[in-house]
Design a protein around this ligand. Structure first.
Ligand code: NDP
Length: 394
């Protein structure tokens, strides 16, 4: 039915590639491209001969990327490179006239700031080109947005508060490592916290607000308030919302190492002079840390990501908890990646599948909660991310 071009042969790219091959009725030709051909080759060799074609591309270069899209005859591009490449790949899609999907919003390499502004600004261009861009089709953002839309559609007349709760209780046996790209992960975690209440953003010191939450199938874990990108679109699209916050769990060892690295300047994004050459501390740190892809075979335990929404239904107060639990070892057994990459890659494949099947299709640039959540929720159950819902006392 369609040719998919996956850009970025990292942890998430591996899962997307495996899952597209498993859904060959929709993705009849799968092409994987990355900065280094070797990264693509490693993934292609895990799959049956001929299942995946591989290509080399520098996705920072719009013309080169557009030429590749045309060469392979892609119908859709799944961008699972880094957030730095979002704009150049979006522009390449406009040039080549094909649909676009990503899992993380644009970040400027020289500024630790992420927002949708520049991607939303391409809405008119996408509409004029008659193509669709789906932003943030991972887990969070991604499934968490769909959970909010599902709660709004089926459980509430008005949602007043949402807490997004992200727990990774996986243990990889290292004193310190990050489960996805270290640079992106550490920039996110070391930034100031931010949440939205009564129509405005409130800022906190990093890790200032925390609480203990009892995660089903995992148990109680300390959870810290962070800014997370899905809140920027959800505050626009969820009716009657008065407050939204995002919490993530961190272990003692992770926090202690992160603080020490921050204190000595290892999380810096400005180049520093070292013995006659310039190095960016956080990039050097990435070289020292274990490659997230190598954590797969070592990681045990579960993830639980969900939302708690509170509001009104038929004049009565209501509170629900909608969540998904994944097991690191089961994910690895299926696609050779741990659960953090798995829970991101599966929703990326589902988003692309719904776009190609025209179940989710409108020219322009969209966030996940702007579409009917039902087909996405059904696919989650079928494709390896079954979810659960509980009524809580309101
Ligand atoms: P990795 O670092 O493992 O992989 C990124 C890949 O992108 C690398 O393999 C690299 O290629 C490739 N790449 C980097 N620059 C370029 C370039 N200029 N041109 C072509 N390819 C390039 O990251 P992850 O797989 O962990 O993450 C992928 C994306 O998923 C990120 O944007 C991340 O923010 C997002 N994410 C989203 C989540 C969500 O829930 N929404 C959760 C986790 C991640 P090479 O190996 O060839 O050098």
């Amino acid at each position: 039915m369609a040719t998919v071009l996956i850009i970025g042969a990292g942890g998430v790219g591996r899962v997307v590639t495996h899952k597209c091959v498993m859904n060959s009725d929709t993705f009849t030709k799968v092409v994987l491209a990355s900065r280094r051909l070797q990264s693509c080759r490693t993934i292609a060799e895990e799959l049956p001969d001929g299942a995946v074609e591989i290509e080399q591309v520098d996705a920072d270069n719009t013309d080169e990327t557009a030429a590749l899209i045309e060469k392979v005859g892609a119908d859709i591009v799944i961008n699972v490179a880094l957030p730095y490449q979002d704009l150049s790949i979006m522009d390449a899609c406009v040039k080549a006239g094909v649909d676009y999907l990503d899992t993380a919003n644009y970040e400027h390499p020289d500024e630790a700031k992420f927002e949708y502004k520049e991607q939303w600004a391409r809405d008119d261009t996408f509409k004029e080109a008659g193509i669709m861009g789906l932003l943030g089709s991972g887990f969070d953002p991604g499934v968490t947005n769909v959970f909010c839309a599902y709660a709004q559609k089926h459980y509430f007349d008005e949602i007043h508060t949402i807490d997004i709760l992200d727990c990774n209780a996986g243990d990889h046996g290292y004193p310190f490592a990050t489960n996805f790209n270290p640079e992106i992960n550490l920039r996110e975690v070391s930034a100031k916290g931010r949440y939205w209440e009564a129509g405005e953003w409130k800022e906190t010191e990093p890790m200032q607000i925390h609480m203990t939450w009892d995660y089903p199938e995992i148990g109680p874990k300390e959870s810290y308030l962070l800014y997370h990108e899905e809140m920027e679109s959800l505050v626009k699209h969820i009716k009657g919302l008065k407050r939204i916050r995002f919490f993530m769990t961190f272990g003692e060892s992770y926090l202690m190492h992160m603080k020490a690295l921050e204190n000595v300047g290892m999380l810096g994004i400005e180049p520093v002079e070292h013995q006659g050459c310039k190095i960016v501390p956080i990039e050097f740190l990435k070289t020292l840390l274990p490659d997230p892809a190598s954590l797969g075979p070592r990681t045990k335990g579960k993830t639980n990501i969900g939302i708690v929404a509170e509001g009104i239904k038929d004049g009565k107060k209501r509170k629900i908890y909608l969540y998904q639990v994944s097991d690191h070892e089961k994910c690895y057994a299926e696609v050779k990646s741990q659960a953090v990459s798995y829970t991101t890659g599966v929703p990326a494949m589902i988003g692309a599948k719904l776009m190609l099947e025209k179940k989710w299709y409108r020219p322009g640039v969209w966030n996940m909660e702007q579409f009917d959540p039902d087909p996405f929720m059904e696919e989650l159950n079928v494709q390896g991310l079954p979810w659960k819902i509980r009524e809580l006392e309101a």
